[in-house]
Design a protein. Structure first.
Length: 180
């Protein structure tokens, strides 16, 4: 019986030592596939699960080593047209890193209410490039406030386990009508 207790104590000590060694390796993230995505400049093309780009490699490696979902950088941008109507708004939307075959929506708001919305299908390569579209109000009314913001979904995460895409929101273009 005394021999069985010694054997059990030896097994427990071996188990604790093994856990301490592997736990230390995991905490450092040295072997983490997620952390490796960030190395050799990879961090510059990646973002976290809140769609924020990483400021440097160390931040990316630490995030990945601690199990954070890592995504390819995804962005949407709304560009105002060079020529604007007196009372209205003209914009176009573009983006990359998006989930293929999903939709990007760009509502045009007048005084906080949607007056028209453009829906663009994301291409197989994750890009979207819209042509200019507009809302023109007639008769012209001074002081109408217009805005446009695009929203879409990123591609699935690159990290393991794979996580679904996350919401991507563009910049907002705003203007106020000025009648002639």
């Amino acid at each position: 019986m005394h021999h069985t207790k010694k054997k059990a104590a030896g097994f427990v000590l071996a188990l604790v030592a093994a856990l301490a060694i592997t736990g230390g390796a995991l905490a450092g993230g040295g072997n983490s596939a997620n952390a490796k995505l960030c190395q050799k400049g990879g961090w510059q093309t990646l973002m976290d699960s809140t769609a924020n780009a990483f400021p440097n490699q160390d931040a990316c490696v630490s995030y990945g080593a601690h199990g954070g979902a890592i995504y390819a950088l995804a962005r949407l941008h709304v560009e105002p047209c060079a020529t604007q109507p007196a009372d209205g708004l003209c914009v176009s939307a573009s983006g990359f890193g998006l989930a293929p075959t999903t939709l990007v929506s760009t509502p045009l708001l007048m005084n906080g209410t949607a007056v028209t919305t453009e829906f663009l299908v994301v291409q197989a390569d994750g890009t979207v490039n819209g042509t200019p579209f507009a809302h023109i109000n007639a008769p012209c009314v001074d002081g109408n406030v217009y805005s446009a913001t695009a929203t879409g979904t990123s591609a699935d995460s690159l990290s393991t386990p794979t996580q679904p895409g996350i919401a991507i929101t563009s910049n907002t273009v705003e203007r106020t009508s000025a009648c002639p």
